[in-house]
Ligand binder design. Structure first.
Ligand code: HEM
Ligand code: FPP
Length: 295
């Protein structure tokens, strides 16, 4: 990797799309949409589904753009993020700030005027939670950065629920809790795989500050906590047996990957655990939805 200043290039539309972290936002939106669908016994009003999802997606994309602006120097140092549009100077600071502001303002206007004020304010809190509290403050300050900052990424099912029901419901908080417990195994698995890069960038991620064994142990503990929490929707009557069976099977597979992390022979265990974490969340939320419409 070359750390010299990049030669100035012009921005393409793909650069602006990349700034929005489209794949991450896509999964966030899946959890928001399922939050919306679970909030209603029948089918939510189409305009809430449409404008709620667009508004939340625009705000999440705005937060992602701010993350790229704030992390420009860090991104340049790490191989995984070295080619990002702002780090490479393809998108200039000012252009990026305007882009983030337009996305965020448009998203907020849609939520305030076409959805409801509660959803709008909670979405704004999540935007600030990720872009300012996590990225600007916690990421550089403590190895617990992603545990606390994870709350912003865990919020979308609550945002979706509030868009439809207009209230903060205990079931929605349970969905937030699931993603909150899922975030440490999701991220620390990647951080293990990229430990050297985080060390070079001087970011205090858990594998850098406390070593690999300690991180693996914490991935295992959070995964066990996650499995326990995923049983709650069944215990509270929010979901039925289809969901319970899926949650336990998926949880079992997650534990298998945690076990593989401790197996020194398996060099790909960390990156495969990270990849599985994404499949896990997609399938777990799909199971909630299937259970909702068939139970
Ligand atoms: C503070 C909380 C979180 C942290 C620190 C985090 C960290 C990361 C990082 C560093 C990557 C980049 C991997 C790469 O470039 O290859 C990533 C990828 C990803 N994350 Fe997270 N994540 C968090 C929360 C979430 C949440 C809440 C979701 C969705 C519900 C999510 C979904 C994804 C997806 C889908 C990818 C794959 C993106 C791709 O393949 O380009 N993450 N995460
Ligand atoms: C309004 C709303 C719902 C906001 C949610 C914001 C959001 C996009 C959360 C995703 C979390 C995430 C990808 C963290 C990684 O950041 P990082 O800086 O550690 O990763 P990087 O090194 O890949 O940039």
């Amino acid at each position: 990797m070359n750390n010299t200043l990049p030669i100035k290039q012009t921005a393409r539309w793909q650069d602006y799309l990349e700034l929005c972290k489209p794949k991450v936002v896509a999964l966030l939106m899946m959890t928001a949409l399922i939050g919306m669908l679970l909030a209603s016994e029948s089918f939510p009003a189409w305009h809430i589904l449409l404008f709620g999802n667009i508004g939340i997606a625009l705000c999440a994309a705005s937060a992602a753009v701010i993350n790229h602006i704030v992390d420009k120097k860090i991104d340049l140092v790490m191989a995984r993020t070295h080619n990002r549009p702002i780090a490479q100077g393809r998108v200039e600071h000012q252009q990026a700030i305007i882009f983030a502001a337009v996305l965020g303002l448009l998203g907020m206007c849609i939520l305030v005027w076409l959805v409801n004020a509660l959803t709008a304010w909670l979405t704004l809190a999540s935007l600030i939670g990720y872009a300012v509290i996590y990225t600007l403050l916690l990421k550089r300050a403590t190895p617990q950065n992603i545990v606390i900052g994870g709350l912003a990424g865990a919020a979308p099912p609550l945002l979706g629920w509030c868009a439809v029901a207009g209230e903060i419901h205990a079931n929605a908080l349970l969905l937030v809790l699931i993603i909150f417990a899922w975030t440490p195994p999701h991220f620390w698995a990647l951080a293990l795989h990229r430990r050297a890069e985080y060390a070079t960038a001087n970011i205090p991620m858990l594998p850098v500050t406390h070593g690999e064994h300690y991180t693996k142990l914490h991935i295992l503990l959070y995964t066990l906590l996650l499995i326990i929490i995923t049983v709650f929707p069944f215990l509270t009557g929010m979901a039925g047996l289809i969901y319970l069976a899926s949650a336990l099977l998926l949880g079992g597979r997650f534990i298998y990957w945690c076990y593989q992390l401790f197996n020194e022979e398996n060099k790909k265990a960390a990156i495969n655990t990270f990849k599985f974490s994404i499949t896990y969340l997609m399938l777990l939320f799909s199971a909630l939805l299937i259970d909702h419409y068939t139970g």
